[in-house]
Write a protein that binds this ligand. Structure first.
Ligand SMILES: Nc1ncnc2c1ncn2[C@@H]1O[C@H](COP(=O)(O)OP(=O)(O)OP(=O)(O)O)[C@@H](O)[C@H]1O
Length: 282
């Protein structure tokens, strides 16, 4: 039996992490995407989840919100095992999570104001005058209070993403998940989004997960990063540890080397065999 000291340490550890992923497995048909992911997201931190395109980052995020069900292992959010929740519990849990995707998903026929007000009107009984003030506060936080009357078609890509960010924090979530928040942005907008991720996390007491293939940006904003490759976590650490890491995978990724553990060449037969060159006579 565990000693009380060990037990209390284990409990303390559990409560320090808002999300815990344990031995997570998931396949799309015969395509095994997650093959035993283990990671923890501590409360109050910005955590980066990095990996090449197609390595399963989005699939992992979809387990956090319970949109996908693991074939083995589990995701625990705020002490609750996500795949064990019933629909009502799942719905309540999702209200504690905000999401911002690469594609903003804003309603194009609504104004900026109404896009932010939408989740408040849908999920709360707040009176309109309170919603009005809250929407302006959320827009102010992303620097776009003055843009509240614009239609989303009038926004630049960077502004659109900031509106999506304001909407993601509309219901004061505990956790905010960003899926490729930097993709396709010009350098200034990219910096703005990166700064906002950090500032909002700290000012609002959030926990943030940034899923991306953009190593340099994520190392600037994240307290801690995990590298995913071939369905498992292959490296983890803080930004400084990752920059100095001698691990071949991390080195390739951080220094953007075209070849390394992630091969430039798609797997193939030996060149000589393919070109049908006969072996040299001995
Ligand atoms: N709905 C789906 N049905 C079948 N296969 C899928 C589905 N969604 C993703 N996949 C496959 O699962 C694997 C992981 O995809 P996923 O989108 O999670 O990767 P990712 O790391 O987020 O990539 P990206 O950075 O390009 O978005 C890929 O091989 C992809 O083709």
């Amino acid at each position: 039996m565990n000693s009380p000291v060990l037990e209390s340490k284990a409990l303390k550890h559990a409560s320090e992490n808002l999300v815990e992923v344990s031995d997570l497995h998931f396949s799309f048909g015969s395509n095994a995407v997650l093959k035993g992911v283990n990671l923890a997201i501590p409360r109050g931190k910005v955590v980066g989840i990095l990996g090449v395109s197609g390595c399963g980052k989005t699939t992992l995020l979809r387990h956090f919100g319970g949109q996908l069900r693991p074939s083995r292992g589990s995701v625990t959010f705020d002490g609750q095992v996500v795949h064990q929740l019933n629909n009502t519990e799942l719905y309540a849990m999702r209200r504690k999570m905000g999401m911002m995707f690469q594609v903003s998903g804003l309603f194009t026929d609504l104004s900026v104001f109404d896009n932010i007000a939408y989740p408040m009107r849908e999920h709360t009984d707040l009176p309109e005058d309170v919603i009005h003030d809250l929407v302006l506060m959320k827009l102010h936080a992303v620097g776009l209070r003055g843009a509240h009357a614009l239609r989303t078609s009038e926004l630049s890509g960077g502004m659109e993403r900031r509106v999506a960010l304001a909407r993601a924090i509309a219901l004061d979530p505990m956790l905010i998940m960003y899926d490729e928040p930097f993709a396709g942005l010009d350098p200034i907008s990219l910096n703005t989004i990166a700064n906002l991720i950090r500032r909002l996390n700290d000012a609002l007491g959030l926990t943030s997960i940034v899923v991306t293939y953009d190593v340099s940006e994520s190392l600037k904003v994240a307290d801690y990063v995990y590298f995913i490759h071939d369905g498992v976590v292959v490296a983890e650490g803080n930004a400084a540890e990752m920059v100095d890491s001698a691990d071949p995978f991390v080195h390739q990724f951080v220094h953007a080397k075209p070849d390394g553990p992630v091969a430039f060449q798609y797997p193939s037969r030996p060149y000589a065999e393919e070109l049908e060159i006969p072996p040299a006579a001995s």
